[in-house]
Each structure stands twice: as structure tokens, then as C-alpha cells.
Design a protein around this ligand. Sequence first.
Ligand code: UDP
Length: 331
Amino acid sequence: MERRKRILITGAAGFLGSHLCDRFINENYHVIAMDNLITGRLKNIEHLFKLENFEFYNHDVSKFIHVPGELDYILHFASPASPIDYLKIPIQTLKVGSLGIHNCLGLAKVKGARVLIASTSEVYGDPTVHPQTEEYWGNVNPVGPRGVYDEAKRFQEAMTMAYHTYHGLETRIIRIFNTYGPRMRLNDGRVLPAFIGQALRGEDLTIFGDGSQTRSFCYVDDLVEGIYRLLHSDYAEPVNIGNPDEITIGQFAEEIIKLTNTNQKVVYHDLPVNDPKQRQPDITKAKALLGWEPKVSRSEGLKLTYDYFCSLSDEELRHKEHNNFDNYIVK
Ligand code: UDP
């Protein structure tokens, strides 16, 4: 009988990491989940603890990683990933993208594993090319507040490519655009949990800037399918995965008000420094190489996400950290 494939997922207790654990468990892999729980939550993966093909290590991947036994794949998804988080913990953000990936790549070399890293549309910074293709090199301010995240992810891509070309390691790079779905943290500062949380608590929706900046939101199941396909492809260059359906943040606020069936008002705050004005993935490559494109419309995905937030306890919904913009650097 063929041996069960073994996969290490870093950042496993986070929003994306936990959905990846589910997917690979469903595909009958042995999943080794790793997280230091700075921004991840055990609640996201506790339903997997009883399974014999799941194990969890509470470990910071910026420190030397030891995994006993064979390893076929590594998915590096450990990182704070929202502006509020990486402004709160900038050094850890830089370390997990640099020391963390170095440890993952070193481990992969020893084990002969294939590595897929979570990169981001943030490598394009505040883009001057629209929509963003993989060939665009970006417009990033290294010393701005988002620099700790953007540069860590850019370094991570460079390091991964270096292991690929120098050591012949099998590597894959995904550039993830804004993704949403169940298990997002209500207080991570991202626009979707912020707006839904505000609507559910009967607060005004906080639009940063005049709301004309755009984003393109991808439902998490679509993203996970793209990751699964990329991992099993033979393509080592970066690939954008995201939903090209672009919307302004102002329109998005209107959609959330309608979805939640509330009559909340919107209020305007200053736009955070270096907040990208527009963002939309060009997914030509993903379509051609992986036969992938998103299937879940924003209205379907928002409904599923809203149902999740509605299922949270009152205590979670009213946690005191919500909408604490103290750490947000504005102009
Ligand atoms: N945003 C907003 N109100 C909020 C939170 C975010 O208007 O309460 C804006 C934010 O300034 C940005 C967009 O929504 O222009 C998306 O923000 P998010 O943090 O979700 O993702 P990112 O900026 O990393 O794409």
C-alpha cells in the first residue's frame, strides 16, 4: 500500500492555514500543523485533534524546526497578515518571513520535500500597473508601516528562488490577493471582519479614506483549490491567485449593510499610510497553467462568511480589542 503523504503546514491555526489543514486531511494526507499561536487560534483546528493523521506542534518557525520522520511537502503560511497585526508585531513579522522561510527551506532540503510559500499581492505595494501581472516588480516603500510585511514577503520569494536555483529544491510561490471567509479573526483589522463586526454590534462602519480605493475579494475555498493545484503543478515562478471581481471599499460597505440587513451609517477615517489605491489580480497565468479560476461569487461567499460571524458568541463579538485603531499609523 502506498505511504500516506506527509505535509507540514506552518501557520496552521490561522485563517488560511486552518482551511489548508482541512483540505489536506480530506485528501488523506498526514498533516503536521505548526503554529506559535501569536495570531492563530487553536479553535480553528481543534476539530482535527482527534484524527490519527493530524498532529500539532506549538512552535515558532523563526526558530530551528525539527520534524521527525519523512516529509513530502511544506506549506509556509505562518505570518501575521493584516496591517493591524504586523504593526503590533513588526519584528516577528520580519522574522517569520526571513528566518522562518530559511528554516522551512533548510528542512525541505534535508527531507527532499517540495515547498510552497504564501506570498502576497503586497509585493506589488501601491501598484502603478493595473491589474497586477506577475511580471510587475511593484512599488513598495521599505521603511513605511507596511514595509515589514511587504519586504519580508519579497525576501521570502528571493530566498525561495535561491534554494530552487542553487539547491535544485522544488518550490512554488503563490501571490495571494485579498481573501475572506469563515475563521477570519473579528479583530484583525481587515475590512471584512471590521465591517461585519461593526454591523452586528450596531456601530458605524469605518471607511478609511474616501472609500474610492479598490480591492478584489476571493472566497477562501477558491483560494485553497488554487493552492492545491499549484502545489501539484511543476511551475516554480510566482502565480497570482485571487478573484478579479474588483470593488471600491465604499461599495463594499454598502454591500455589507445590505447583507446584514442593518441601517448602519458609514463614517470616514484617515487613510493609513501607503494604503494601496487599487488592487486587482491578473489571473491569466493561473487559468492557463492550473486551469483555475474562482467559482464562488461575492454574494455567495459573503453570505457564508456572515453566517459564520453570526454563529460567534456575544463575548467574542464584543471583545474589547475590536476596532482599536491605536496602532494604525495614519497620515
Ligand atoms: N479599510 C477600511 N475600514 C476598515 C478596515 C479597512 O476602510 O475598518 C480599508 C483599508 O484602508 C484598505 C481596505 O479597506 O483600503 C482593505 O483593507 P484590509 O486591511 O482588509 O486589507 P489590505 O489593505 O491589506 O488589502
